[in-house]
Design a protein around this ligand. Structure first.
Ligand SMILES: CC(=O)SCCNC(=O)CCNC(=O)[C@H](O)C(C)(C)COP(=O)(O)OP(=O)(O)OC[C@H]1O[C@@H](n2cnc3c(N)ncnc32)[C@H](O)[C@@H]1OP(=O)(O)O
Length: 214
């Protein structure tokens, strides 16, 4: 007999959401009932139906869909939706690619996405609503606080701390024991060798602060 899987709704219908759906399909641990999006142009993603905008969520709860995951890359928006949807009674699920390696000695929070080729080593701590994107490495004893996005192909060496909401851009490298401040942005390809102040944007090798326009 087929096992009965818990039902999950994916929030958001953009590029990141496609990958989240694909991971949930590969892992096979939930029944994906559909996705919501505040644009009404959506039809389906990876064979999963568009359900409507977020106003449909209370109706889904009444129908026994109790679990959600936010499929949005933007850290601020992802934080707002994660907290709001949890408050109305949904429980966050993780989307962990079967092609990621996570040490059994690492701790993983709720609503976390870990994509294919990512490696999370022992004693790393990944808090809630974090994205560890494709082919990224999180080495021993790193602490990744809530709502962080580690973009594709990024290397965090041992004992790095990434504080809440920070965005670590694709291909960047962070040397041991560095602290990346809250809501800071690390540019693509940067090499970070010293602590980064909260809210700053840094680029280059070694990484230096710029005034961000974006
Ligand atoms: C699956 C996915 O797609 S996940 C998403 C992954 N996305 C990323 O990793 C994107 C990372 N983003 C970046 O690197 C961006 O360039 C940012 C956030 C660092 C800066 O963006 P903006 O604030 O828009 O800066 P802007 O493009 O105007 O550049 C400002 C200056 O910094 C330079 N600069 C920008 N990014 C970088 C970089 N990564 N490395 C070196 N220099 C850079 C620009 O050349 C420019 O220099 P200038 O003033 O001498 O002309």
């Amino acid at each position: 007999m087929e096992p009965v899987l818990d039902k999950v709704v994916v929030i958001g219908g953009g590029g990141h959401s496609k990958v989240v759906i694909d991971i949930l399909q590969s892992a096979g641990t939930y029944e994906i009932v559909g996705f919501t999006d505040n644009s009404d142009q959506q039809r389906s993603l990876c064979g999963v139906p568009y359900l409507g905008n977020d106003e449909i969520l209370p109706e889904l709860l009444n129908k026994g869909v109790l679990r959600f995951i936010v499929g949005l890359g933007d850290n601020k928006v992802r934080k707002i939706l994660f907290e709001k949807i949890r408050t109305v009674g949904f429980m966050p699920v993780n989307a962990i690619s079967p092609f990621a390696h996570i040490s059994p000695h690492a701790k993983i929070g709720q609503g976390v996405v870990v994509m294919a080729g990512a490696v999370i080593n022992p004693y790393a701590v990944i808090k809630d609503n974090v994205i560890i994107n494709t082919l990224s490495g999180i080495d021993h004893d790193c602490i990744i606080d809530s709502h962080v996005h580690i973009a594709p192909g990024t290397s965090l060496t041992g004992c790095v701390r990434v504080c809440e909401g920070a965005f670590v851009g694709t291909g960047s490298k962070i040397t041991p024991n560095v602290e990346i401040g809250e809501w800071s942005v690390i540019g693509a390809g940067a090499v970070v060798i010293s602590d980064i102040l909260p809210g700053s944007t840094v680029v280059g090798v070694p990484a230096k602060k710029i005034i961000a326009k974006g």
